[in-house]
Design a protein around this ligand. Structure first.
Ligand code: SAH
Ligand code: SF4
Length: 365
């Protein structure tokens, strides 16, 4: 492992401290952040507004290290998926979804996930470790490059990636500090300059972390609800046993409080015969009363050895009608990139699972 500082780990504030340590002026941070994130530069020699001496010094003490692309797949519908190597035993997946008026990148925050939601392929793989800031923001960096974005050659053209969602592998609120630093870079005008509405954190409902997130950030929030009562949610989203429905919904209400225009996106995976009846829909309407929200119905995306099946189109439509009749804005998420297993919940990567190994050891020994 290199002991050089990977500059992709640093927010602008961190970078200012880094340059202060080198005896340099704070404005160097802005310049280098721009080179890294607005021009996609990974070579100090290209940073032409820094003196040669400073570039030399940087090359000695710092590096710009991004995840390595192992596989790059394109779907017939324009969706892209990259398998990115982080270290010897670990890789994660990142997905780009182009739409008419936007391009959304779905990024991973952990290698695997410890929360073991029963319908999620990532959750079935176990957990290895949190991603660093460089590894999270590095997904944006790598995807930009792979999509052909090259402002040094072509001028500062519109970015291809306009929206970021933390909906890849892992639970972002359990990698809190690195998620917050990544958000900082995504919103920073000298880095990606995205508006807070174009960055969405998706969580299964880590209540204390939601409270802390409100203190430091106001990006968009999506809650993976998936069930309208505790009995069912305990089974589908086991973290519900620790933070039950009422507490999660209260934490969401608190998160968007202070701005009457904001809504929480409620994600609800449609599982055949499990949570998709009109009675469930009516229960959901009741549960969401008092929380400004819009609902995204996600047809279940299957993966090998799963016990679940996707709800029928008719069941999804019936469910949606109940919600709409009761005044809830409801969309059914179109399945994208399923020919390359790039749809929600299908991301796998390579996870050297520590949790399972520990559990196995306990079981044996
Ligand atoms: N851990 C976070 C973010 C990653 S999961 C969370 O749970 O919110 C992103 C979204 O994909 C979540 O709403 C998740 O519930 C959903 N998802 C997981 N597995 C799925 C599957 N097999 N089919 C459809 N959606 C799935
Ligand atoms: Fe983890 Fe989210 Fe998958 Fe649940 S749905 S196992 S929280 S990644």
């Amino acid at each position: 492992m290199s002991d050089k500082v990977n500059l992709l780990n640093l927010t602008r504030g961190d970078m200012e401290a880094f340059f202060a340590d080198l005896g340099e002026k704070p404005f160097r941070a802005k310049q280098v952040i721009q080179w890294l994130h607005q021009y996609g530069v990974s070579d100090f020699a290209a940073m032409t507004n820094l003196s040669k001496a400073l570039r030399g010094k940087l090359a000695e003490v710092a590096e710009i290290r991004t995840p390595e692309v192992l596989v790059d797949q394109a779907s017939a519908d324009g969706t892209h998926k990259w398998l990115l190597k982080l270290d010897k035993g670990n890789s994660v997946e990142t997905v780009f979804i182009p739409e008419k008026n936007r391009g959304t990148l779905c990024i991973s925050s952990q290698v695997g996930c410890a929360l073991e939601c029963s319908f999620c392929s990532t959750g079935q793989q176990g957990f290895n470790r949190n991603l660093s800031v460089a590894e999270i923001i590095g997904q944006v960096w790598v995807a930009n490059k792979a999509l052909g974005w090259d402002p040094l050659a072509n001028g500062k053209e519109e970015r291809i990636i306009s929206n970021i969602v933390f909906m890849g592998m892992g639970e972002p609120l359990l990698n809190f500090d690195n998620t917050v630093k990544t958000i900082d870079l995504l919103l920073d005008d000298f880095a990606y300059g995205l508006s807070k509405r174009r960055v969405t954190v998706s969580t299964s409902g880590v209540v204390p972390a939601l409270g802390r997130l409100k203190e430091v950030s106001d990006v968009a929030l999506a809650l993976s609800l998936h069930a309208p009562n505790d009995e069912l949610r305990d089974k589908l989203v086991p973290i519900n046993q620790k933070y039950p429905l009422r507490e999660v919904l209260d934490a969401c209400r608190h998160y968007i409080s202070g701005d009457t225009r904001r809504k929480v996106t409620i994600e609800y995976v449609m599982l055949d015969g499990v949570n998709d009846s009109p009675a469930h829909a009516r229960e959901l309407v009741k549960v969401l009363r008092g929380l400004p929200s819009k609902v995204n119905l996600i047809p279940f995306n299957p993966f090998p050895d799963t016990q679940y099946r996707r709800s029928t189109d008719a069941a999804i439509e019936r469910f949606r009608e109940v919600l709409i009749k009761n005044g809830l804005i409801t969309l059914t998420r179109r399945t994208r990139g399923d020919d390359i297993d790039a749809a929600c919940g299908q991301l796998v990567g390579q996870v050297t699972d520590k949790t399972r190994r520990i559990q196995n050891k306990l079981a044996v020994g």
